[in-house]
Design a protein around this ligand. Sequence first.
Ligand SMILES: [Zn+2]
Length: 373
Amino acid sequence: MSKVPNGYEVIQLFEQFAPKSLAMEGDPIGLQMGTLNKPIHTVFIALDVLEEVVDEAIANRADLMIAHHPPLYRPLKQILTDQAQGRIIEKCLKHNITVYAAHTNLDIAQGGVNDWLAETLGLKEVEVLAPTYEEKLKKLVVYVPKTHASAVREALGHAGAGHIGNYSYCTFNSEGIGTFLPEDGANPFIGAKGELEQVEEVRIETIVPASLQKKVIAAMLKAHPYEEVAYDVYSLDNQGHTWGLGRVGKLLQETTLGEFAEHVKKSLDVPAVRVVGQLDDPVKKVAVVGGDGNKYIRQAKMSGADVYVTGDVYYHVAHDAMALGLNIVDPGHNVEKVMKQGVARFLEQEFAKKKWNTAVYASKVHTDPFTFV
Ligand SMILES: [Zn+2]
């Protein structure tokens, strides 16, 4: 049975992919206009919320717009409808278009903007360029009667515990004897009040990302037969998953800076790029930051990249890169347009899985302000 989800359901699903907690401090992400408390028949995806883009959303009867660049970026003192920003707000509210921004959280997300760019450039062995957040890991140990060990292991794994690299449902199990004496008020699953009980139990150990701790423990308690469950949670020093801005990876084959610049133009679909460096320099390792990556030239150099692909490079930053011996290819900020298809693909797949009857529409309006002549 297909259904039309409400805004909360759509955003909850989207935030599993690009959690708000990944965003950089002060980034005004999330719900910006309208309400999520309504059915969503059409989701519209945009890079920039320009007035033409809002008109396109209206024409496509969008209920929810997911935009990369937050249309409300700085605090507003006035909403003047003789100016573009005021009209954008007016039109969205009048046409009941809810606007939700996913900015640096979408850049940082695993499989987000920077991964789409790395993929489009054909990079392999891709890693994070500038780490922003490292997941803490916990160890969960729980004691379960033998009869229920497999049900509890299943619940733990299903809730996301026991992920190590490309392996899931990882646990270690040792058998032993559990003892307990049910006191007044107890309603024991095994044994009787006032009698010391001995039960064959299994000690199940597994690893849990801190962000999933609550969910995993809730699932474990639900699958466990005991009234009072004995379990321990330990903090670990193991390195968890690292999130961050930008990516660094390798081209399949070494090329020259000049040829690489041509490759960037073609693959990212831009008419021209700006290049810093000697065109015959060899290029194999590539760092990329979508949008404005001026802040990350040192990380790009430290990563060992032969070339750094980013937009909006300032004159003096280009000089700094030259001094560092770092080549740059600047395809502009608009290459982040890959997010439109990226988010659309993700939502279409997830909606299909859930049998949600919601259309996904990626904006076709060209929003690059620059023309090359
Ligand atoms: Zn951007």
